[in-house]
Every structure is written in C-alpha cells, then in structure tokens.
Design a protein around this ligand. Structure first.
Ligand SMILES: [Zn+2]
Length: 331
C-alpha cells in the first residue's frame, strides 16, 4: 500500500482563529520528530491565502512579521527535508483582514466557486506562486478548502493553466451542504485512483486530472459519542493542540451522534484510533493507495501517539510516500 499522510496546514476559521504557534508550528514540529525518527515523509497542503495575508499586513503590524518568518521558515524546512508542499486554497482570505489584534475572517465567500472565473484564475495563480517561490519546487496537487470544489467546471481552467494535474479532495460518499459548505461525493467511483475531466466524482479515462481520493470510512454514532466523551474526560490527552475554534458546520454534530456517517480516514484526535482498521479494509478491497487527512491544529497528544504507532508497525510493510515521490520521480 502507498500511504499518503496529508495535513491541511492552517489556523482555525471560526471567530476564535487561534495562534500560529499552537495551531501550526508546535503540532507540525511533533510530526517532524516522528518523520525523522522513522524516516517517513508527509504531504502538507498549505493554506497559501493566509501566507499572502500575513505578507500583506506585516508591514503595518510588526507582530505579524514574526509569524510570517516562523511559518515560512517551517515550510522551507519541510520542503528541504523531503516533505511535500502542495496547494490548499481557502479563498475567504481575500475578504478577511487584520485589526491589529486579531483576524476578522469573513467566510461569506468560503468556496473557490463563490468567486467569478477571472478572480479564480488570479487566486490560483497567486496562491500557487507563493509556494513555488518559497520552496523552488513543483506544486501540482490540489486540495480544496473544506472539500468544496464543485461545480468543478468553474475552476478547471484555472487549475489547468497552473499545471495542477492531481486533485486529492474527494472522499467517497462524503456529502454536506450548508450556508458555507457544499460537497457531494456520493456518486464518486469506489476507487483509490482514477482520471477525470469535468467533475472530480466522474471518472473519465482520457481526462486531464488524476484523482487520488482521501480514503473514506463509515463511522457509527457510538464512535462519535466516545470521541466527544473522551475529550471531556481526559482533555490533556484528547483535546486538540490548536487553540482556536472551527467554523460552524450546522447539523454535523447531531448527525454524527445519531446516524452512521461517511468520513475521511483521518488522524485528527480520536479518529487516529481507526488507522489500522481503515488500512485492513482498503487491503481487502485490493486498493494500492491510502490517503489519510489531518490538520496540525486538530491533532491531540493521543493522535500523535497513534500516528507514530501506526507508522512504526507498518513502515517496513508499506510505502509511506508523497505526491512528489510518486508522480514526479524523474523531475
Ligand atoms: Zn483547509
């Protein structure tokens, strides 16, 4: 199995967005420790809009200068030591600003498809460029902010223009629509890799894009009861390391506590307990690729420990890898 451990590298987007240090830098340092100890590498989908905003506002607010330097230094370090740095777009940064004390995060246009086509072209170009300028390496894989990349027709041209050939946003059976979010992967192929052209949930063998979907798992309500209760019982071990709050997702929590939910295979918090189970399920289906998602901000002491155990047990049997290693071998 090729195992991709992927992290969406970002702060929180709720009213309390948290700090760069607790949401990103510290948890990522823990991942670097694991990577170096076990000689595996991870894929970081960097929220480029945030870096651009920091760069814009640091001239006016010197406290942001430090954050900008720490963040860009960590990204450069990750890239230089063989981790993958790829494109993650949260375009709401276009409408957000810094007051001198905190960010006012405006999520009215949360999805890239909330913008018009020329705005989208401009966003994809600038967001990718900040990463290639930082790392000097090719950026060719996309992960949509909040999994929102439909209708894909609206962003397809911009991704092609910027040589983005791989998407890794879809997860089979994922479905959620609210004021800000909108994704529907219920009709996506039950495959671990496929080509597509117009919509990422419709296979097209002569398509320009490759979909490497995030692996998906069906969780029972009991699982989520455990998850929420453990957070209360032993917060030191189970609470996220990030110090902010997620953007509201109305109805999600209730749904998870009352019915079976199709979720991503994930290393955030208690989800990390399911890694072995998910791996076995994918092996049974004869899949060759396992894509795991996580967020430094949502990792807990428990999940970091579980990720390390998972890697330790599987590093000789499976191939922990990155998009660059698999798709850019000779470049
Ligand atoms: Zn994100």
């Amino acid at each position: 199995m090729n195992i991709y451990i992927t992290l969406d590298y970002e702060i929180y987007f709720g009213k309390n967005h948290g700090t760069v240090d607790k949401c990103i830098i510290y948890p990522t340092t823990e991942l670097i420790r694991i990577a170096e100890k076990h000689n595996v590498r991870f894929c970081f989908f960097v929220d480029c809009g945030f870096i651009l905003k920091l760069r814009e506002y640091k001239k006016k607010f010197p406290q942001l200068e430090n954050e900008f330097i720490t963040l860009t230094n960590q990204i450069k370090y990750l890239s230089e030591t063989g981790h993958d740095i790829q494109l993650h777009i949260h375009p709401h940064w276009e409408d957000s600003y810094f007051t001198g004390k905190h960010w006012v995060i405006d999520v009215k246009r949360y999805k890239l498809t909330d913008f018009n086509e020329s705005e989208i072209e401009n966003i994809v170009f600038r967001y990718k460029k900040v990463l290639t300028d930082l790392t000097g390496k090719d950026v060719f894989t996309y992960r949509a902010g909040g999994w929102c990349l439909q209708p894909f027709a609206k962003i397809k041209k911009a991704l092609k223009q910027n040589n983005i050939t791989i998407d890794s946003s879809v997860f089979k059976n994922g479905f959620y629509v609210s004021e800000n979010y909108s994704y529907d992967f219920r009709n996506a192929p039950d495959k671990d890799i496929y080509k597509f052209e117009d919509e990422p949930d419709q296979e097209n063998q002569s398509g320009y894009f490759t979909e490497l979907p995030i692996s998906s798992i069906r969780n029972s309500p009991l699982f989520f009861w455990k998850l929420f209760l453990l957070g209360r019982k032993n917060p030191y071990f189970h609470k996220p390391l990030g110090d902010g709050k997620a953007m509201p997702a109305p109805g999600q929590r209730k749904k998870m506590l009352t019915q079976y939910t199709d979720c991503t295979v994930c290393i955030d918090g208690y989800n990390a307990s399911l890694l072995e189970k998910a791996l076995r399920k994918l092996q049974k289906k004869h899949f060759n690729n396992m894509v795991v998602i996580g967020h430094p901000k949502a990792l807990s002491r428990y999940s970091i420990q579980n990720v390390e155990k998972f890697i330790e047990r599987n590093k000789t049997k499976h191939n922990f890898t990155t998009y660059s290693k698999m798709f850019r071998k000779n470049k």
